[in-house]
Design a protein around this ligand. Structure first.
Ligand code: NAD
Length: 308
């Protein structure tokens, strides 16, 4: 099959391109190499991939989507903390506007879109583990833009028959993780002897999900997802930041120097995925446990000392 991957130079998108290529598909990527984090890292991610430089919020999306059998739409502006304040227009443009243009083009071309949404749409959820059908209560501007994208997909499905599958990823980690994310910051600090800023007291917990598992679920969604389906993609292990730090110290054999910061506004206290639906409908389950995944990311982070 011939697929378009948006956000192909990003953390998850670059892994997805490699997996699709390894499975024998023809893969084209698109990315605008935004400066949310160092674009040089995105150049590294994209090395060896076929990635067109274009901005989905401005450039001709129909030309990119045309001739493909499906679109994996991962491009976006991530990050909860930065979505408050002056950078919000970037969230509107890179999430809401870019997605609206991708959905419009995919509907016109009659191809499926698998959209990377987020556990952030749940906010402080009414139930844990959280199933897909609870009422969403996003508590960050980022989460609100992701929920708006989901609703856009629904509107295009209703009017134009868009075939869209929504995946709600839960905190993804592994090699090439975005440098603003907690694991990347803490393993980077362990690798090069720097300090790690812990937001709050370390009691927040997350359903951490290894990137290879996320990639498998994303490919399964293109192949087997229900049109209009919404699926949680969450890891097997929920852990607090304190537990993660202890595990990272054990895996690395080093002690982390922690600087305490204020609790991060907009971050829910807990995320945990109910994965019953994704297990039964996509026949997917997470395979990589936290310790194994953290070891893989540590090997990657420690091989890059001096590179960050
Ligand atoms: N990493 C996670 O834990 C996580 C969790 C939930 C959801 N997600 C979602 O998954 C997707 C991928 O996340 P990631 O962590 O790999 O982020 P990332 O920032 O590494 O990748 C996103 C890529 O999209 C590109 N992009 C942004 N706006 C664009 C535009 N207008 N046109 C073309 N390209 C554009 C960026 O340059 C970047 O390379 C994002 O949509 C994110 O919101 C990620």
């Amino acid at each position: 099959m011939r697929y378009l991957v948006t956000g192909a130079a990003g953390f998850i998108g670059s892994h997805l391109c490699e997996a699709l290529d390894a499975a024998g598909h023809e893969v084209g990527g698109v990315d605008s190499f935004t400066d949310y984090y160092d674009p040089a890292l995105k150049e590294e991610n994209a090395a060896g991939l076929d990635v067109v430089r274009a901005d989905l919020a401005e450039d001709d999306v129909a030309a990119l989507v045309g001739g493909t059998d499906g679109v994996f739409h991962l491009a976006g502006q991530p990050g909860v903390r930065a979505s408050f304040g002056d950078d919000f227009p970037q969230y509107l443009s890179r999430n809401v506007l870019a997605s609206q243009r991708v959905f419009e083009a995919a509907a016109a071309a009659g191809v499926r879109v698998v959209f990377a949404s987020s556990s952030s749409i749940y906010g402080d959820a009414e139930r844990y583990p959280t199933p897909e059908d609870v009422e969403p209560h996003p508590i960050s501007p980022y989460g609100i833009t992701k929920l708006a994208c989901e609703q856009l997909a629904r509107a295009y499905a209703q009017r134009d028959g868009l075939d869209a599958v929504v995946l709600r990823y839960f905190t993804v980690y592994g090699p090439r993780q975005r440098p603003d994310m907690a694991f990347a910051r803490l393993l980077g600090a362990l690798a090069d002897g720097g300090t790690f800023e812990l937001f709050g007291d370390g009691s927040v917990s997350r359903g951490f999900t290894y990137v290879d598992d996320v990639v498998d679920a994303t490919i399964a969604a293109m192949a087997r997802g229900r049109a209009g389906g919404v699926y949680n993609v969450g890891g097997a292990t929920e852990a607090t930041m304190r537990e993660v730090i202890a595990l990272a110290e054990r895996v690395s054999g080093r002690e982390l120097e922690i600087v305490r910061g204020e609790p991060a506004g907009g971050d829910p206290r807990r995320t945990a995925a109910d994965t019953a639906r994704v297990r039964s409908e996509l026949r997917w389950e997470p395979r990589v446990g936290l310790e194994e995944g953290l070891e893989a990311q540590w090997r990657w982070a420690s091989s890059r000392v001096g590179a960050r």
